[in-house]
Design a protein around this ligand. Structure first.
Ligand SMILES: NC(=O)c1ccc[n+]([C@@H]2O[C@H](COP(=O)([O-])OP(=O)(O)OC[C@H]3O[C@@H](n4cnc5c(N)ncnc54)[C@H](O)[C@@H]3O)[C@@H](O)[C@H]2O)c1
Length: 254
């Protein structure tokens, strides 16, 4: 991908699943990477697994809290000397029927997936604007931000919010040379989805892929990482304020 070698890349939620595959992809492209995650041991394991590929370090903290988001961004700046690309990827999800969602569960999903995204993006954007440096911010949404899947009202709402956060950031930050876009993956095989599907009856993944995904299989974390890499690259220089859907055709079904 053009223009990624030497880029300073901060990846929130980079210790697992899509974020870890994205850290790997950027390192393979010659970028320098700092990755974040909620759990210190998971962050350390991810960094250890990637260390032979290039310059990578990690920071643990909760992005839904102002202090945690600030620590991630300040740590990234200290380690890299600046941030050219933010992969704003941290997120969480669980199934819960709308009629059973508690206010506490609603608040937690929105806090991690939307508040956390805002806090990290704002801190990085402020740095880019203050330095007068251009940059790229990529926010993780979902196909669940574009359609209303049952049992995910809190998650769907948070990911829909990410899309309009992304568009508004693009409108305000374009004049500073900061490109902002979102990704909307469909069903991707990751630890998050494995833990959700492990509680469901039968071979949920096979049945879900057969019934909902025209390509007939779940996506791979590496296939989403490729989307992040494209949107961060010079090949996407005029792509701004939009979302890239990576879903095996799921949203094409009516
Ligand atoms: N897996 C899918 O099918 C799918 C589809 C669309 C969107 N997404 C989104 O992609 C992103 C990554 O999901 P994944 O499937 O790779 O999940 P995952 O559970 O494998 O990874 C989630 C990452 O986010 C971090 N994280 C979670 N809560 C955090 C918090 N409060 N503070 C800091 N970091 C936190 C975790 O430590 C981990 O690094 C999420 O935003 C998710 O909503 C996933």
């Amino acid at each position: 991908m053009r223009g990624l070698a030497g880029k300073r890349v901060l990846i929130s939620g980079g210790s697992s699943g899509i974020g870890a595959a994205t850290a790997r992809r950027f390192l393979e492209e010659g970028s320098r990477v700092v990755l974040g995650g909620l759990d210190q041991a998971e962050v350390d394991a991810a960094v250890a697994g990637l260390a032979t590929l290039g310059e990578v370090s990690g920071l643990a903290g909760d992005v839904s809290e102002e202090a945690g988001a600030a620590r991630l961004v300040e740590g990234g700046l200290a380690a890299l000397g600046g941030i050219d690309v933010l992969v704003n990827n941290a997120g969480t999800a669980w199934r819960e029927p709308f009629l059973e969602i508690t206010p506490g569960h609603w608040d937690r999903i929105v806090a991690v997936n939307l508040r956390g995204m805002f806090l990290v993006a704002q801190a990085v954007a402020r740095h880019m604007v203050e330095r007068g440096s251009s940059g790229v911010i990529l926010n993780m949404s979902s196909t669940n931000g574009l359609g209303g899947e049952a049992d995910y009202a809190h998650y769907n709402a948070s990911k829909g919010g990410v899309l309009l956060l992304t568009k508004t950031m693009a409108v305000e930050l374009g004049k500073h040379g900061i490109r902002v876009n979102a990704l909307c993956p469909g069903y991707i095989q990751t630890p998050l989805n494995s833990s959700i599907s492990s509680g469901l009856a039968g071979d949920f993944v096979t049945a879900y892929a057969r019934d909902h995904i025209p390509l007939g299989r779940p996506g791979l974390a590496e296939e989403v990482a490729a989307g992040y890499a494209f949107l961060a690259s010079d090949d996407a220089a005029f792509v701004h304020g939009t979302e890239l859907v990576i879903d095996g055709g799921q949203l094409a079904i009516m």
